[in-house]
Write a new protein. Sequence first.
Lengths: 332, 352, 363
Amino acid sequence: MKQLIQKLVESIGPSGYETTVRNLVHAEVEKFANDVSVDALGNLIVRKGQKADDGLRIMLAAHMDEIGLIVTHIDENGFGRVTTIGGVGTRTCLGGRVRFVNGVQGVIGGERLDSIDKVHSVEQLFIDVGATGRADCPIKVGDVAAFERPFMDLGDRLVAKSMDDRISVAVLIETLRQIKTTPHELVFVFTTQEEVGTRGAEAAAYVVDPDLGISVDVTLVGDTPKGVRMEVSLGKGPAIKVRDGGMLADPRLVRLMVEAAEKAGLPYQMEVLEGGTTDARAMQITRAGVPAGCVSIPCRYVHSPSEMVDYNDVQNSVKLLVELLSKPIKLG
Amino acid sequence: MIELSPFLKQLLSLPGLSGHEAPVRAVIAEAWQPLVDELSTSKIGSLHGLRRGTGPEPRQRILLSAHMDAIGLMATSVVEGLVHFTQVGGIDPRILPGQPVTVHGRKDLPGVVAQPADRLLPAAQQGKPVSMEHLLVDTGLTAQETAELVRPGDLISFAQPPVDLAGETLSGHTLDNRASVAAVTLCLEELKHSAPAWDVWAVASVQEETVLGGAITSPFDIRPNLAIAIDVTHAKGPGVSDYRGFPLGEGPTLGWGPNVHPPAYKALKDLADRLDIPTSIEPMPRHSGTDAIGIQVVAEGIPTLVIGIPLRYMHTPVETVSLKDISRTAHLMAEFIARLEPDFMDKIRWDE
Amino acid sequence: MNNITEAYPVAPVIGAEQIALLEKLSNACAVSGDEGEVRAIVSEQLKDVADEYKIDGLGNVLVTRKAHQGDARALKVAVAAHMDEVGFMLVDGEDSLYCFELIGGIDLRQLPGKSVLVGKNHTPGVIGARAIHLTTSEERRNTIPLDALRIDLGLGGKAKIGDRATFATRFQQVGPSLVGKALDNRLGVATLIELVKHAPPNIELCAIFSTQEEVGARGAGVAAYYFDPDIAIAVDSTPAYDLPMWDNSENTQYNTHLEHGPAIYIADSSTISDPRLVRHLAQTGDTLNLPYQFRQPGGGGTDASGMQRRRGGIASLSISVPHRYPHTPIQIARLSDWQATTSLLYQALLRLPQDILTRPLDE
């Protein structure tokens, strides 16, 4: 699975421009799916299984897009001014390397600030692609870039940019591969534009019209020095989301996830996240409502170019999903 | 016959935080059972009660939405027997220290919100209102017992019992929005004595305090022709003296602004005036802060109205309402619904 | 390319008649939620031209022009222009002095010393400011807060709580410029009216004269659900911050420039345009030598944000006429930019490939 993860995290696919990732995922899932389609917003919709009498139509979502930067202006010296795509912290930018969707590479620089204590605003940053003026600049207004960092395998711990949310994409691909039988109609949706407001999921959920929705995304942890206070740690198992900044998971689904984890002898953690949200929010409020929840992969340094996850958590997330989705689900 | 005060007090005694409304839903369902033809629950937990109308098919439908979810707290971690928490819905941390609460762990546990002594807090906090991050709930149990019985994600609700105050006012937590649920219930009861032409969908909605989940989803299948969101609004009182507050006990407010359908507002206002039910116009320049925000833009759009029940000290455990305002709201809605003609929506015009 | 048969379509032209209509639109008072005056103008202009016409539960005017011979394969294209402007609501007051709230994003610094029009009768009023003689230099360092401002109707003047108010600016044409209030988005409304009158016969045009854009693109959202189109386009007016920098350094945050033609949106803060639509519009401009510019990505929002995520997702794009001084009493746009916007939009729709949505999102 590490090879798949590496391919995914090293792809460039900021919100709205997910084609490379979509093609990659398509190639990986084709032989395991009953049906694969792409909708108007670029969501990749992969269907597997038939709904039995005691089955449900379950939508699973992991987003293909990552945060990035979009060019707003090329100045007279060939530097590219930018704005953010999704929640990019400018603190993580200086000296960073980017790659554009069109392949061009560059470096992020910043204006000189009057005090070393200040943080750059995005308007005070720029991308240097090595051009000397507008004429020889290989990028233009509207071009998009993502951070570029190679995948790092530290054994149990894996590090890359866009673990959010390519690690979940990998988890869903692996889940799709491993599920042998299921009473459910499973609809794996690899969504677009989550980082700018769960937009892809909103549209996909409407069309899929599921009985149940489960997103897979990363969540923060509280196990780094003087970090946020949070009861989720790397290596202690997949996190079952109780709530986040945009959604309260259906308590019946939370209970079922806990039961599934305990039944399969898997470690798990309860997640209460105070900021941020996932595609589950969009699924929950679609049409007449959908019971929704989320399996989270604990992750350090989220939205930085070096996000870190625990490989065992990743594998246990797959196991949890396989366990949950292979059996009937009684919400009660 | 439903007695307002006991019924309301019963509603207030039940937990039902945003996203976890089952306990209060059960009691509302019991009260609505004899008043409607059909009861059902939405996929995310809103309660729907249908009272069929007498008009010819296809019948017009009116939806009454009163959110049943409450604000409260949620445990984030347990450290040395003390429970750290975050909010569910908007809570001013300054009202928390010393509050009696119930921790809904593996079983319900009484507790108190503790403000650690200044000497235990960072310098910046000392002498200042303590942020939620540093407040704790103490259940009085040992560290081991607490760790066994409480875990992250467990809900914590206010435990302050309601108090009858002078002038037929009631004070308690979660009158936002159980007061409106009571108003809808009384309205349904009053409708038993009339034969409205329209179908009436009473909805006790979920998750208004957090994501408007109920407001966005319930109307999707119901597709009402008209909807009324009933919620509490600010009453004049200490610290509330400008136009955003309305007198307690002098009638409900009628919302006015982009979130409200102007001709429908006019019809409701005219009726209130004719029936001598005192109302005030509540200007809502941008949006109403109620279920109406979600309802109005469901599917092809739904004409909405907003009725407000004035309430002091919103989002504290001592919210205060006038019982008379609740009855008036119920009565106004029942009269409005009873008089709705099948072609009401055709007859009212956008620009007069 | 399409087969454009028989009745060869006549392109819309922005001339004296259209400018006169824009004047009526700009002078009309229609704040979010209270769009009646503009609705009346739209109705008068289009009721007899429309194949289908209706006003929905949020006050949107929904007008359909069917494709030539009711072609079933024709793409269904929704085009939205919002009728509302930013303004005020009177919330409290007595003795002819009224407190008010803002509707839409208005910079408080634009308010002191302005004329307004209040309510259906356009009752004149003013937003005053204390005489400089009675202020201190310390005080003048701070913006006058909203709760210190009042709308003054004059002795004995009366208005109703809940009445809306707008700036009182009257429209003028000055040289190459159009000058007035609410050019955002009466320019869009005027453009859409012309488009409906000269509907390209190869598409089914679903025109949405929307309400409540300034408070969250609410009208366009429900209208898009109703129409369930293949494509959604918002026609709006976007700021040009193209004045010189204070120190004459390079202006890198201009958003758009006046006189550079219609602004095509790549992405704003709420919508990432469908790249295929962006390419099609740009290619149309290149092929026909029509001017256009790209709006700087980021910031702002249009009706597209309400439409894009509806139903199963709708391929969306925004295109705007640039104007200076957004959300202020006096806005300035160039007639040439308006003409160019109308031309580009019309030609792009006329040449819209029927299979455009089957093409991959990327080149």
